[in-house]
Design a protein around this ligand. Structure first.
Ligand code: URA
Length: 263
């Protein structure tokens, strides 16, 4: 067990176990525990492979969009959003839903838009998909309530008000919210960004492929001149509808863990 696993609270450990069991891990196949979060020691490569060129680095994508650069803190962004009347979604939403988690976190998670529960509580990912997300994070030693930046996450969305009936946000709505998201990334300065679902993944990578094609492949997002590793993964709401796909999300969580451990 490495330090991050030992640091889990009993609650996080129980959540991680629940997530593993949901993924179908329902039996123990060895006497001794194996920490699968630790990458196996690399086997020496055959001579021919050693001579081969190194694999290409993650492609760099420049995240398009203006920054709401006037704002100097996350609190200022939230206050500005509370008084921002240009986005029509504000008229139909109950609350502004800006962000949750630890602003010092190494990991920023970006979802699509608040749903019904988020609209009521004014916080991202607090409904059923948020509960699944919390279990996925706990399985790799991460939590939105963690105080230390190593195990903490910061969570936000591309859109800050619930679209009526949870419809997909329009391009105009996304464009209006984007400067605030870009400024949030600039100020929060994550080491790693994880995009939950197609909307944030496509918006931040500029790609139009579906999420099943984008997921699991790291890119380097250049946000206002700063390079940040970005991993698209499946949205937890999709995983609730397609539980068999949790195995893909699990691979992505392991990949995230490895990226954090390596940097
Ligand atoms: N889905 C999202 O993309 N974001 C939320 O905050 C909740 C559900």
């Amino acid at each position: 067990m490495d330090r991050k696993q030992n640091d889990m609270t009993p609650h996080d450990a129980a959540e991680a176990l629940r997530w593993l069991s949901e993924m179908g891990a329902d039996e123990i196949i060895g006497e001794d525990p194996v920490n699968r979060l630790v990458a196996p020691a690399a086997k020496p490569a055959p001579a021919a492979a050693r001579a081969a060129p190194a694999p290409a680095a993650a492609p760099v994508v420049v995240v398009p969009g203006q920054s709401a650069a006037a704002f100097g803190s996350l609190q200022e962004i939230e206050t500005a959003l509370a008084g921002f009347d240009a986005c029509p979604l504000k008229k139909t939403a109950t609350s502004l839903c800006y962000a949750d988690g630890n602003p010092e976190a190494r990991v920023m998670l970006i979802g699509e838009a608040p749903g019904r529960d988020e609209d009521i509580q004014g916080k991202p990912f607090v409904g059923r998909s948020g509960q699944l997300l919390d279990r996925m994070l706990a399985a790799v030693g991460l939590s939105r309530t963690a105080q230390d930046r190593e195990s903490a996450v910061f969570i936000t969305n591309v859109i800050f008000w619930r679209p009526p009936g949870n419809r997909t946000p329009t391009d105009a709505e996304t464009q209006m919210c984007l400067p605030f998201l870009i400024r949030t990334i600039e100020l929060q300065k994550p080491d790693v960004i994880v995009c939950l679902g197609a909307t944030p993944a496509q918006r931040l990578t500029g790609r139009t492929d579906g999420i099943l094609k984008l997921r699991g492949k790291w890119v380097t997002a250049n946000v206002s001149g700063r390079n940040i590793p970005l991993l698209p993964t499946l949205h937890p709401a999709y995983l609730l509808r397609q539980p068999a796909q949790k195995r893909l999300a699990w691979r992505d969580m392991l990949s995230l863990r490895q990226m954090l451990d390596a940097h």
